[in-house]
Design a protein around this ligand. Sequence first.
Ligand SMILES: [Zn+2]
Ligand SMILES: [Zn+2]
Length: 298
Amino acid sequence: MTDQVTTYVQPHADRRDLLPQHPAYACTNCGHWQRWPSVPQVCPVCADVRNALPEDGFAFATTDEVDAQVTCSWGPTVCPGITEFRCEPRFGLDSRGWVLETDIGLVGFECAPWYDQAALDELRRRGGLQVLASSHVHGYGALWRVQEQLDPPVVAVGVRDLLWTKAFRVTWPADDVLELAPGLTMHRTGGHFDGHSVLHDSRRGVLFCGDSLKVDLGPSGEAVALSAHKAFHAQIPLSHGELREYRSVIAPLEFDTVFTPFEGATGITTGHVLRLVDRLLSGPPSAGPVPLDELQPA
Ligand SMILES: [Zn+2]
Ligand SMILES: [Zn+2]
């Protein structure tokens, strides 16, 4: 059964009193935000097998320090109606916030590492967000700040990933399928993280694929290779069972453009991804990139 958010997005009680109240600290290695009574000792995302440990020990930045360090900007993407929010210089994993125009207003998927006052004002000027969602913890960025400042009626993350969401408040824990707006549906893929979810925009033919795919870009920003991994830094591949689950989720979704938490790339189709998965299933597990030339239709 598919849950639908759309019928439920209505004026809602402001429950920002329920949000975590401790000060927020960002890991300077990966950008993960924690709200904690005092400066944290360890970043749980860096400590996880899927990330690299900081070379010189853990360090954390306060909101004022991050605000002084980065400037936010925004602009169009390869797809009309989808805006990118980003920070310069890069901070943490350098994730992007994708903001989509939909029938119910703006939907945010993934977040930039920080939102300064200008970025928040821009989102307010556009009417705020009706829904804010993310694929998994590597795409959360400063999601907590967007919730605190803009109070979107729905904040959705895969229920199996709730353990990574302590800096904010998930109002709609997502099961396997959740329709966020007409033509816009989250699907749990698992694999990279148990609750990892992709967002399919069927009207635009776009898959917000989270880290289910890594896209290698060429000098002109064109997609040249694809890979799939459990842990990118350590090059740990997905298991064959995880790949079969990816395949069953992605096969019915039609797209020709993908947006990871870090970039958008046109010319990557459902067929390319299925041929990648089939190739990875045909031999020992591998996290290595496969040239897009080798994933063309036979
Ligand atoms: Zn970290
Ligand atoms: Zn990831």
